[in-house]
Design a protein around this ligand. Structure first.
Ligand SMILES: NC(=O)c1ccc[n+]([C@@H]2O[C@H](COP(=O)([O-])OP(=O)(O)OC[C@H]3O[C@@H](n4cnc5c(N)ncnc54)[C@H](O)[C@@H]3O)[C@@H](O)[C@H]2O)c1
Length: 448
């Protein structure tokens, strides 16, 4: 069943092309779309309400051949928009459909790595809502599967704010030396959702909700309508703070805001991780949290420290007249000659010190300015059909979330961890290594 008909279709197209039947050979992995009428993708949407709504417009130019949602009302919502698609409640069944070549995952965080792995292992292009995984192991397996297949498939993690031009303007300032030598980078987010623990059993799931599939690979928790009370697109705030379903603000707004830093620092995996914050609650992820990571030098900068703050914990402002708390979700870069402070849309350059005269800043000419990436979802759709290159592929997105999830482990262990990124192992804490992965409910396979 793995390597399904897409691969066969690709092989067929290659052989027909080779036989001189009038096709031309595209790079490996691009033939599925080329084969479908009008050069369209055959997309399965897993999750058909909530965040999925934000993707309906972008994908309406393609063939939506399958829809899957554990809530039959939500499935009907998707089917109204795409009536020709086959419908499913179990994503494992859905991915067996032979004509699917691309998948969009907009389900709960604890299912992302599962669905992504299964789709990649079947030769499909994947767009996955953030975060790519809930554990270090999950993010590493998805990334490794992607890297094995990167000449055949296009992937994108759903951090769509990345398309804002300010991301590249910040990168240019940092990289071109506007703050001298980069030494530290900070990102923070101030969304605060406090819960005491999992909600207790209350009522019965509606007949239209396949609750056991909603729980999926997570340990079982009884039904409570609390998990479903959010409006479309914000219901994630009803479950993502519970350890078995999400990673709180680390995977939520953290995915978007650390991206401002990640895009500018060209980092790989960290060599250390530390975490501090509110007292550990085994049921609920922390609101107050500060994590810090050491990153070695690369070819354009020296070693740096990367920080993540949330829930009111904040980096120190360089000047009293700059109130960082007025930036709900933001980032700051510290260099030997000053600071860049930014949010998603705007930035401030703060040269600092008596010799901060900007003569060291190699401001780029107009023709060297990084071009806009354009529409974020379109970036993935176009890549599926052409060169497979996206801006937030599972290598980029998988590495940054691995760092963040390692930080959560450091917070739980309460110790500075030394990390071997090549092996994905902590070298100074067995307790931490045990927290890099999770046990799943019987019947669910992460890398199927
Ligand atoms: N990129 C962004 O800006 C952004 C914004 C909001 C949410 N998100 C992400 O999107 C995802 C969904 O968030 P949401 O608020 O839409 O959540 P949600 O609780 O509304 O769930 C989305 C849909 O998935 C369905 N679903 C749940 N489990 C499923 C399963 N196993 N198989 C198939 N369908 C399933 C639900 O019934 C629902 O229709 C989350 O991972 C969240 O982090 C991203």
């Amino acid at each position: 069943m793995k390597k399904n008909s897409i691969v066969q279709r690709r092989q067929f197209l290659k052989s027909t092309a080779a036989a001189g039947l009038g096709f031309f050979i595209l790079p490996s992995g691009t033939l599925s779309a080329a084969n479908s009428p009008g050069n369209k993708l055959n997309i399965a949407m897993i999750g058909t309400w909530g965040r999925a709504d934000a993707h309906f417009g972008s994908v309406s130019s393609e063939n939506i051949v399958a829809l899957c949602d554990v809530d039959e009302n939500h499935l009907a919502h998707g089917a109204k928009k795409f009536p020709k698609a086959k419908t499913y409640v179990d994503w494992r069944k859905c991915l067996e459909q032979k004509d699917i070549d691309s998948v969009i995952i907009s389900t709960l965080d604890h299912t992302h790595a599962f669905i992504a792995n299964w789709a990649i292992n079947r030769g499909m292009h994947v767009y996955c809502e953030k975060p790519l995984g809930n554990t270090v192991e999950e993010s590493r397996i998805v990334r490794a599967n992607y890297l094995k297949n990167k000449n055949k498939i296009a992937t994108q993690v759903g951090t769509q704010r990345h398309a804002k031009p300010n991301f590249e303007r910040v990168r240019e300032l940092v990289k071109d030396g506007a703050i001298g030598e980069l030494t530290d980078a900070y990102a923070w987010g101030d969304r605060q959702i406090r819960r005491p623990g999992y909600p207790p059993a209350k009522g019965e799931p509606p007949k239209t909700l396949h609750y056991d599939l909603w729980i999926g690979p997570a340990p079982f928790h009884p039904y409570n309508p609390e998990y479903f009370k959010g409006v479309s697109g914000l219901n994630c705030l009803s479950w993502n703070m519970y350890w078995d379903f999400g990673t709180g603000q680390v995977g939520d707004m953290g995915s978007h805001t650390i991206d401002l830093v990640w895009n500018a620092v060209d980092a790989a995996l960290p060599t250390t991780a530390e975490g501090e914050g509110q007292e550990y609650n085994p049921e609920v992820t922390p609101v107050e949290l500060h994590m810090a990571f050491d990153h070695p030098a690369n070819d354009w900068r020296g070693p740096i420290k990367v920080h993540w703050y949330q829930g009111g914990m904040m980096p120190r402002s360089p000047k009293p007249y700059v109130d960082l708390k007025r930036i709900g979700h933001g980032a700051m870069f510290k260099g030997t000659k000053g600071y860049v402070i930014c949010d998603y849309d705007s930035r401030i350059l703060l040269p600092f010190g008596d010799d901060a005269d900007l003569t060291y800043y190699n401001k780029r000419t107009k023709d060297k300015v990084i071009p806009p990436m354009g529409h974020f979802q379109r970036d993935w759709i176009d890549a599926c059909k052409t060169d497979l290159k996206t801006h937030c592929d599972f290598d980029y997105g998988g590495t940054v979330i691995e760092q963040m999830l390692l930080g959560l482990v450091a917070y739980r262990v309460g110790k500075k961890l030394d990390y071997d990124g090549a092996k994905g192992r902590v070298t100074n804490s067995d307790q931490a290594n045990a927290l890099l992965s999770k046990e799943y409910r019987k019947g669910w396979t992460l890398n199927g």
